[in-house]
Design a binder for this molecule. Structure first.
Ligand code: UD1
Ligand code: CA
Length: 471
C-alpha cells in the first residue's frame, strides 16, 4: 500500500538513437532478438517494476515507427527530436519526470535486463540515499564500454565514468564497466544536468559525465556491481545483437525445459521469447516456434516445422516439414508431413491433415481427414468427413472468394473439385473425380464426371493392326 512517504519512481528508457553501427534503415531499438524488438524486452522488464504508466520511452530516430510498434505496451513516449547524447535524452525528459522522486534509467539497446536487477538497483539507490547510482559489471573484455573509476578499490562510491574513446591506457585496463543503467534522484539530476558539457570526441552530452558533475558538487554517486554481467550486454553491432539473440533463445529453451518440455539440440531451434510449450511436449531439432505460438502438453513437433502465431492443443503430432501460420489445431490431431496450414485454419480434435495439404480459413471438424495432396480454402467441414486425395475447393472465381460447406460424415472421393459456393449435405457421397457445381442433398450420391465406356478387346485389336502395318 503506497503511503505519503513511498517514493514515486519512474523508469526512463533511452531509445532515441539511430544505431549507426548497425548500418540499417530501421531504427536500432526495433531490431529484434528472440523474435521481439530490443525495446519491447526492456519495456517488459521495466513494467514488472513500476506500472507501465510510469515508464517513459525516450524516442527520436524514426519515432513514429517506434511508437506504433510499442504503443500497445501502454508506456509513455517522450520525443528527443535531435539526438545529442544520453545526457541530452534525460534533458528532454525533464518535464515528464518532474512529478517523480527518483528515475531509473535503462538503455533501449540492452534487452537482457531483468526486473530483479532493476529492483535491486532501485533498492541499493534508495538505501544509499545517493544522487546517482549506476549498475556496473565486471567483463572479461570491457572494450567499448565506459569504465567505472571508484573512489577506492573497496569503496561503493564512484569518482567518474570514462568513455572508451577518452580513456587512458591505464583506464582501459579497468574491467568494471558502466552498464548504462542508472538511478537518479530527480531533483539532484535536474539541478545539475545543466553542468554537462560536450567537450568529448562525439560533441555530445554524456549522461555518464553526471558522475563527475556530482563529484564536484559533493553529491553521492555509488555503483552496484551486478553478479549477472550477461544482463547488461548492449547491442551496438549486428554481431553483438546475434550473440544476444543466441543467449536470449537459449535462456528461453532452458525456461521451457524447466517447465517440462524436451528440446533436442536446442541450438538448432529458433524459439521466440513469448512462445509457450506444455509439459512432456517434445521439440525435435531444427524447429521454429515463432510469435505468440502456444503448444499444449504431450505433443511432438518434428524436425523442420515452422509454426508461427498458432495454437496447438494437447497430444498433437506435427510431422516433419509442416508450416503453420495463425492456425489452431485441436487436441489429438495429426498434421503433416509437409502440411501448410495458412491463417484461419481451425483443425478439429483428432483430425488428420496430411502430405502436401494446404488449408486456409477453414474449419475441419472433429476426426475428419484430409490426408493427401489437397487444397481446402474458405470451407466449413463437419466431423467425421473423409476428404479424398487430390480434392480441391475451387474457392476463387477470379474476383471473389466463395465458401464450401461440407456436412458431417461426408465422403469426398479422390480428385474431386468442389466449385464454390456449394453445399454438400450430411452423409453424402461424392464419386471420385467429380466436378461438383451444384449443392448435394444429405445422404445422396453425387457424380459429376463422364460415364465410363469400356470397349472390350479394343486394345488388343489396335496392337495387332499396328504390328501388321510395321511389317
Ligand atoms: C553507453 C554509455 C557507456 C556504457 C554503455 C553501456 C554514454 C555516453 N555511454 O555507451 O558508458 O558503457 O552505454 O551499454 O552514455 N540514446 C538516446 N539519445 C541520444 C543518444 C543515445 O536515446 O541522444 C540512446 C540510444 O538509442 C541507446 C542508449 O541511449 O539505446 C545508449 O546509447 P549508445 O549510443 O548505444 O551508447 P553506448 O555507446 O553504448
Ligand atoms: Ca549501446
Amino acid at each position: 500500500m503506497p503511503t505519503s512517504n513511498t517514493p514515486r519512481i519512474a523508469i526512463a528508457i533511452m531509445a532515441a538513437g539511430k544505431g549507426t553501427r548497425l548500418k540499417s534503415k530501421h531504427p536500432k531499438v526495433l531490431h529484434e532478438v528472440g523474435g521481439k524488438p530490443l525495446l519491447a524486452h526492456v519495456i517488459a522488464a521495466a513494467a514488472k517494476v513500476v506500472p507501465a504508466a510510469d515508464v517513459y520511452a525516450i524516442i527520436g530516430h524514426e519515432a513514429d515507427r517506434v511508437r506504433q510498434a510499442l504503443q500497445h505496451t501502454g508506456v509513455n513516449f517522450v520525443m528527443q527530436e535531435e539526438q545529442r547524447g544520453t545526457g541530452h535524452a534525460l534533458m528532454v525528459a525533464r518535464e515528464a519526470l518532474a512529478p517523480y522522486d527518483h528515475v531509473i534509467v535503462l538503455s533501449g539497446d540492452a534487452p537482457m535486463i531483468t526486473a530483479e536487477t532493476i529492483a535491486r538497483l532501485r533498492d541499493f539507490h534508495l538505501q544509499n540515499k545517493a544522487a546517482m547510482t549506476l549498475l556496473s559489471a565486471e567483463l572479461e573484455n570491457p572494450t567499448g564500454y565506459g569504465r567505472v573509476l571508484r573512489k577506492g578499490a573497496k569503496s561503493d562510491e564512484v569518482k567518474a565514468i570514462v568513455e572508451e574513446k577518452s580513456a587512458t591506457p591505464a583506464q582501459k585496463k579497468i574491467r568494471e564497466i558502466n552498464s548504462g543503467f542508472y538511478a537518479f534522484g530527480v531533483t539532484p539530476l535536474y539541478t545539475r544536468i545543466g553542468d554537462l558539457k560536450t567537450d568529448n570526441p562525439h560533441r555530445e552530452y554524456y549522461l555518464t559525465d553526471m558522475a563527475a558533475v556530482f563529484g564536484k558538487a559533493k553529491s553521492k554517486v555509488v555503483a552496484l556491481k551486478t553478479p549477472n554481467p550477461a544482463e547488461i550486454l548492449g547491442s551496438n553491432t549486428r554481431s553483438e545483437m546475434m550473440d544476444i539473440d543466441a543467449l536470449v533463445r537459449m535462456a528461453k529453451c532452458r525456461e521451457l525445459m524447466d517447465a517440462g518440455a524436451s528440446i533436442f539440440y536446442p541450438q538448432s531451434c529458433v524459439i521466440d521469447a513469448d512462445v509457450e510449450v506444455g509439459p512432456d511436449t517434445i521439440i525435435e531439432p531444427f524447429v521454429q516456434l515463432l510469435g505468440r505460438t502456444r503448444i499444449g502438453s504431450d505433443c511432438r513437433i518434428r524436425s523442420y516445422s515452422v509454426i508461427q502465431n498458432s495454437e496447438i492443443g494437447d497430444r498433437v503430432l506435427v510431422r516433419p516439414g509442416s508450416i503453420l501460420d495463425e492456425a489452431r489445431v485441436g487436441s489429438g490431431a495429426i498434421i503433416g508431413p509437409y502440411s501448410h496450414l495458412r491463417p484461419g485454419s481451425e483443425i478439429g480434435e483428432g483430425a488428420h491433415v496430411g502430405n502436401f495439404v494446404e488449408t486456409k480459413k477453414i474449419k475441419l471438424g472433429k476426426g475428419s481427414k484430409a490426408n493427401h495432396l489437397t487444397y481446402l480454402g474458405d470451407a466449413d467441414i463437419g466431423a467425421g468427413v473423409n476428404v479424398g486425395a487430390g480434392t480441391i475447393t475451387c474457392n476463387y472465381d477470379g474476383i471473389h472468394k466463395h465458401k464450401t460447406e461440407i456436412g458431417d460424415n461426408v465422403f469426398v472421393g479422390s480428385d474431386s473439385t468442389l466449385v464454390a459456393p456449394v453445399k454438400i449435405g450430411k452423409g453424402a457421397y461424392i464419386g471420385a473425380a467429380s466436378c461438383i457445381t451444384e449443392d448435394v442433398p444429405e445422404d445422396s450420391l453425387a457424380l459429376g464426371r463422364a460415364r465410363q465406356t469400356t470397349k472390350e478387346g479394343w486394345a488388343k485389336s489396335k496392337r495387332e493392326a499396328m504390328a501388321a502395318k510395321k511389317k
